[in-house]
Design a protein around this ligand. Structure first.
Ligand SMILES: NC(=O)c1ccc[n+]([C@@H]2O[C@H](COP(=O)([O-])OP(=O)(O)OC[C@H]3O[C@@H](n4cnc5c(N)ncnc54)[C@H](O)[C@@H]3O)[C@@H](O)[C@H]2O)c1
Length: 344
């Protein structure tokens, strides 16, 4: 069994209590050919769920979903979510489609906004029409903006310190607007919404073919380390993030979608292991046995309003879902490095 197959096995075991809820049900997943979406879809299919994945492949790929393509439980529709025309009936709807990396959303700001304004409305309307049992929206820790020190770790009750007019606003405000749509459809039409505020997530299936163009920091560091090339670090490297391994993330998201009695809840899904970017790069270099050197350089995109610290407060996830991130950063990095070695 490969390491990725073992990861899927682990996801299945962790979700055993939801097996009956998944088997034979119809799921609509927007953004399902992306990094998190493809793990999410494949996990549901492996447990007998029928999944329709809608994706315009702007940052996702057919490569990500190659293991489920051809499976009779899986259907792929290439479409912008804003234009998607659903003929089928769905039990659960998940809205993940979004442009999620800073260089890309700064390049396509209008499309980024549309997913949280036009796309979310389309999906919520479908939820009303289908009388779904659960609706999951993947929001982000970016709705917290740049929190003050006493708000790190950051709980769901923190309202955020966010710039509505700046180089991150198309992403942050798109997510905040989408959350407001979810709240409104829950209140007005009783759509059983659940919102995941996702913190940085990593693992196999991050884009290794074009890591430097895509701008996901962690996979960029891994690929450069494997080539023994210099690794650019922006700023002083003391900015922190908490990185959640993909299996933990998917288990948290599926639990949030399927747990009963939590309609309308907003839940952080992220790691509690905070690490500085400097330390992260150093660890990647060490674990990859690399001779790469760290170079302090000017960023290739606008990092104004970049948050200083990110650490998830997952008290609520523990209480409502019995969930916390289990995979230690060093273990997840080792798995990601091994996968990148084989896949590049
Ligand atoms: N990965 C993270 O660290 C992270 C952190 C916080 C939040 N999130 C959220 O989780 C979700 C998934 O993120 P990801 O890391 O898998 O990103 P991703 O870029 O790999 O996946 C997003 C997918 O959405 C698709 N897409 C984008 N706009 C679309 C549109 N208008 N119509 C149809 N498809 C569209 C892309 O092609 C891609 O396949 C996103 O909503 C993102 O905002 C991710």
């Amino acid at each position: 069994m490969s390491a990725v197959e073992k990861d899927f096995d682990n996801i299945k075991k962790s979700l055993a209590e939801f097996a009956d809820e998944i088997k034979g049900k119809n799921f609509l997943v927007s953004g399902g050919a992306g990094f998190i979406g493809s793990w999410f879809c494949e996990s549901l299919v492996s447990m007998g769920g029928r999944v329709t994945c809608v994706d315009n492949l702007s940052s996702g790929s057919l490569e990500n979903i190659k293991h489920v393509e051809g499976n009779k439980l899986f259907k792929f529709v290439k479409s912008d979510i804003e234009k998607f025309d659903a003929g089928d009936k769905f039990d659960f709807i998940v809205h993940m489609a979004s442009i999620a990396s800073p260089p890309l959303y700064q390049k396509f700001p209008i499309q980024t906004l549309d997913s949280g304004v036009v796309g979310i409305k389309k999906m919520l309307e479908l939820a009303v029409k289908n009388k779904v049992k659960g609706f999951l929206f993947t929001s982000t820790s970016e709705v917290y903006g740049n929190p003050p020190e006493d708000m790190v770790p950051t709980p769901e009750t923190y309202y955020g310190y966010v710039n509505s007019y700046g180089p991150r606003s198309m992403y942050d405000e798109s997510k905040r607007c989408a959350e407001a749509y979810c709240y409104s459809y829950w209140k007005q039409f009783s759509v059983p919404v659940r919102i995941a505020r996702i913190f940085n997530t990593y693992g196999p299936k991050l884009d290794v073919k074009n890591p430097t163009g895509y701008g996901r920091a962690l996979i960029k560091f891994v690929c450069l380390a494997l080539e023994n090339k210099p690794i650019n670090m922006y700023g002083d490297g003391n900015q922190t993030r908490s990185f959640c391994y993909i299996t933990d993330q998917v288990i948290g998201l599926i639990k949030l979608l399927l747990t009963k009695g939590i309609d309308g809840e907003v839940v952080n899904i992220g790691s509690e292991e905070e690490v500085s970017i400097n330390k992260l790069i150093t660890s990647v270099i060490k674990l990859a046995n690399s001779s790469s050197k760290i170079i302090v350089s000017e960023p290739s995109y606008d990092i104004t309003d970049d948050p200083r610290r990110r650490k998830a407060d997952v008290t609520k996830a523990k209480k409502l879902l019995g969930w916390r991130a289990e995979v230690k950063l060093a273990d997840g990095l080792n798995k990601t490095i091994d996968w990148a070695k084989e896949t590049r």
